[in-house]
Design a protein around this ligand. Structure first.
Ligand SMILES: O=C(O)C1=C[C@@H](OP(=O)(O)O)[C@@H](O)[C@H](O)C1
Ligand SMILES: C=C(OP(=O)(O)O)C(=O)O
Length: 675
């Protein structure tokens, strides 16, 4: 996950490859609640790991459910319908699929068994309506109190005493603000069927109907068959008397069909022969958002699919503008609004009033951000109309606000797409607060970058060159971390070559032998560790002895040449920070920002001294000083790629600077370059 303030996405040109998507949020949280209410243990496979499921799991734990992880499988031992904890305060973040169903389940349990629970969330959750559900639960006799504004969380359900739950009359619920209220009642009311069946009647229009199908499907998996009226299947639902949640033993969570929409869109935009292949969810999905495929096809995408997979290619180009009632796919429809940037006319998405009460006011947010991209947008209470810029020359780059809404971040990342190879100006986007994707898809951007293709010249590079012990490694890795960029410690490649020379017993002066070893270097970086031929060499790479040998082997032109391609390969999305001696002068001479870092040799010797001492390695300041002078001499005077600033390098003498000051200096210089 990119846990940084902003993520710059350079112009994307095409996409191809395979992506396995994380589990469905809607299925995960329903399954967790059902397993938590059932007796016995349910083994849940492929559960989504994200903010929304984390809050549900924390709630189940607080309520006394057993949770045991066994590799990728989560074993949930339920409370069997009996409250194990009668009091709890539950924080449910911004997860509608946790807040609404838990409110219903705990209201019923608290009334029947005596209990008192407080449910709260993030500030936005306290602006998301829940009044229709509370009204329905109060009809049943469940005591519920608003702790903030009437109609919204936070709530207190139950008052510690038993209450009469009356199920003679049908429970009436409105479904025109959110289908989650009906889902919540369907999931919870089996708890109150010991004496008689319960009917839930829907008042007025029900929105987002396919989510009710997910609910009914999963209830059936847990042994509860809801009766419906064939003539009007969304008017009323009856839970039979004596309904009991029965664990299915094992249950598998499909990948998320709403998350799939971004990759279906990517396939529709990409102009390659190879498809974007999506795995984990397919045309057999029980999730309504799989119908996004139809909408994407209507816009021109070529979609193949089967059980658990989809393959998408660009079909019609430009995409065809559509006019579509999106009530059945409220979440995935947001993706259509961004695809509309690439269509041949005005796309109109209607019947989406619920967008206004989700993670943010999504109609307003989408309109504001698409306008930044050069689109003309008309919004109404329940529709949005998007007309793309007249031609790519009217496309705008921009900084995208994401409103703490995962879908805003994921959708608008697609605006970085520039389907015409080489076309200028290319559009790039800066996504603010990219970690909001943690709600349902923490590694979304990693997945996007795994499929997206770019003109390599568009991938930004910051080079940081400088002498030994100038602190360039620390500076580079911190700048890379702050920007979410890849890091190339080119010195490590030379040190690894030195180790390989040592291990092979080769002569460091034998240029051809060393170059041959460098060309075959089997070096891998993983989670801050380095592996040479499978062996962890992180510590050996740092030894003074290795550094000295590296300085010797790196004088050979053939060795530098052998490592050149390896270094270029680090230039990957979303960008690269490369540190070394000749990053700006030789390896990335066109890098948009080159920094040359210096510090006095005395300063550097002192830093290296305290670094070694703090690691418990004995060191002598005078010999370090002599050593550094010798290495400087060798690095500056070697025939190939001598250590010197690139002509257009920014000079930074960090002798009197803290690490943070150095980092801020580089980030400011980078921001100026971007302008
Ligand atoms: O039941 C569910 O899992 C959901 C229902 C939909 O909400 P509404 O019914 O409020 O439209 C959807 O937007 C949400 O992301 C998940
Ligand atoms: C509306 C959404 O979430 P929630 O489940 O919180 O309603 C969503 O994921 O788009």
């Amino acid at each position: 996950m990119y846990a940084i303030p902003f993520l710059d996405i350079p112009p994307l040109r095409s996409a191809a490859g395979r992506v396995r998507l994380p589990g469905s949020k809607s299925i995960s949280n329903r399954v967790l609640l059902l397993a938590g209410l059932a007796a016995g243990t349910t083994a849940v496979h492929d559960l989504l790991a994200s903010d929304d499921t984390r809050v549900m799991l924390a709630a189940l734990e607080a309520l006394g459910c057993g949770l045991r992880r066994d590799g990728p499988v989560l074993h949930v031992t339920g409370i069997g319908g009996q409250l194990a904890a009668k009091k709890a305060k539950l924080f449910l973040g911004n997860a509608g699929t946790a807040m609404r169903p838990l409110t219903a389940a705990l209201a019923v349990l608290a009334a029947l068994q005596g209990g008192e629970f407080e449910l709260s969330g993030v500030p936005r959750m306290h602006e998301r309506p829940i009044g229709d559900l509370v009204d329905a639960l109060r009809q049943l006799g469940c005591p519920i109190q608003y702790l903030g504004n009437a109609g919204y969380p936070p709530l207190r359900v139950g008052n510690g005493r038993l209450a009469n739950v009356s199920t003679r009359e049908a429970v009436r619920v409105r479904g025109d603000v959110s289908s989650q209220f009906l889902t919540a009642l369907l999931l919870a009311l089996p708890l109150a069927t010991s004496e008689r069946a319960i009917t839930i009647a829907v008042d007025g229009e029900l929105i987002s109907k396919p989510y009710i199908e997910i609910t009914l499907n999963l209830l059936a998996r847990f042994g509860i068959d809801v009766e419906r009226d064939a003539a009007d299947p969304y008017a009323s639902f009856t839970l039979p008397r004596g309904s009991q949640y029965r664990s299915p033993g094992d249950i598998h969570v499909e990948a998320d069909a709403s998350s799939a929409s971004y990759f279906v869109a990517l396939g529709a935009l990409a102009g390659t022969d190879a498809p974007v292949r999506i795995e984990g969810v397919g045309l057999d999905s029980i999730q309504g958002d799989i119908r996004f495929v139809d909408a994407a096809r209507a816009m021109g995408a070529q979609v193949d699919g089967g059980a658990g997979w989809l393959e998408v290619r660009r079909g019609t180009w430009p995409l065809k503008a559509i006019s579509l009632d999106c009530n059945h796919i409220p979440d995935a429809a947001m993706t259509l609004a961004v695809m509309a940037l690439y269509a041949d006319g005005t796309t109109r998405l209607t019947n989406i009033a619920s967008w206004r009460v989700k993670e943010t006011d999504r109609i307003a947010a989408m309109a504001a951000e698409l306008r930044k991209m050069g689109a003309t947008v008309v919004e109404g209470a329940d529709f949005i109309e998007v007309t793309p810029p007249a031609s790519p020359s009217h496309w705008l780059s921009g900084t995208i606000r994401t409103y703490d809404d995962h879908r805003m971040a994921m959708c608008l990342s697609l605006a970085a797409f520039n389907p015409l190879a080489g076309a200028k100006p290319a559009r790039a986007v800066r996504i603010l607060d990219p970690q909001c994707v943690a709600k349902t898809f923490p590694d979304y951007f990693e997945a996007l970058f795994g499929l997206a293709r770019v003109d390599v010249a568009d991938v930004p590079v910051i080079t940081i060159d400088g002498p030994t012990a100038s602190g360039k490694g620390t500076l580079a890795s911190e700048v890379a971390r702050r920007l979410g960029y890849e890091l190339l410690d080119s010195g490590a490649l030379y040190r690894a070559t030195a180790l390989a020379v040592q291990q092979a017993g080769a002569d460091p002066a034998d240029a051809a032998a060393v170059a041959a070893l460098a060309a075959q270097l089997d070096l891998r970086f993983e989670a801050d560790r380095a592996f040479l031929a499978g062996q962890d060499v992180t510590e050996s790479l740092r030894l003074e002895e290795t550094g000295n040998l590296a300085s010797k082997v790196s004088v050979h032109p053939a060795v530098r040449q052998a490592l050149h391609g390896l270094q270029l390969a680090f230039r990957r999305l979303p960008g690269l920070v490369a540190d070394g001696r000749d990053m700006g002068t030789v390896v990335f001479p066109a890098a948009p920002l080159k920094v040359f870092l210096t510090a006095s040799v005395e300063q550097r010797a002192a830093r290296r001294h305290s670094q070694l001492i703090s690691r418990g390695i004995p060191a002598n300041i005078d010999s370090l000083l002599a050593d550094l002078r010798m290495r400087d001499e060798r690095d500056q005077n070697r025939a190939v790629a001598p250590l010197k600033p690139a002509e257009d390098a920014v000079l930074l003498d960090n002798s009197g600077m803290s690490i943070d000051e150095g980092v801020e200096f580089v980030l400011e210089a980078w921001d100026k370059r971007r302008m």
